[in-house]
Design a protein around this ligand. Structure first.
Ligand code: AMP
Length: 123
């Protein structure tokens, strides 16, 4: 395991069923659940079940199967949420400049409404 990984981060606790989540979908290596503080009508978090700190760690150290399962679940969600045609946004925050709050790799799948243009820098 990556030494930088904090075993007690909130998503690690969700994976250990120590705290609950609203599960949307899962496969062997991946879990999808609702963000507790939604920023759009659809706001789903997708995480690998194994411990990776961020997307760089995941891309570098996850197995081919884990990576495949991750992106397969993303596409399943895009189909099931009916946003394939309407559109959506995927965000992953990493580290300090990315303002990552939870140090377990996750992507935000946002949609269900017009999301505006990219990001604005603010304090
Ligand atoms: P990030 O800033 O990319 O690390 O995003 C972390 C996300 O996790 C935020 O959008 C939070 O609203 C979300 N979050 C924090 N705790 C929980 C929780 N217990 N269940 C679901 N989402 C959570």
């Amino acid at each position: 395991m990556n030494n930088d990984y904090d075993r007690n981060n909130i998503f690690a606790k969700i994976l250990k069923s120590e705290i609950s989540c609203t599960k949307i979908d899962e496969n062997d290596n991946t879990l999808a659940f609702l963000d507790i503080n939604p920023q759009s009508n659809i706001h789903i978090l997708i995480i690998p079940k194994k411990p990776y700190v961020n997307i760089y760690d995941f891309n570098k150290n996850a197995s081919v199967n884990e990576i495949l399962d991750f992106w397969k679940l993303v596409n399943n969600l895009i189909e099931k949420q009916d946003i394939k045609e309407k559109g959506f946004r995927i965000i992953t925050n990493s580290g300090k400049d990315g303002n990552q709050d939870v140090m377990h790799f996750h992507i935000h799948l946002l949609g269900g409404e017009n999301l505006g243009r990219m990001i604005t820098l603010n304090s």
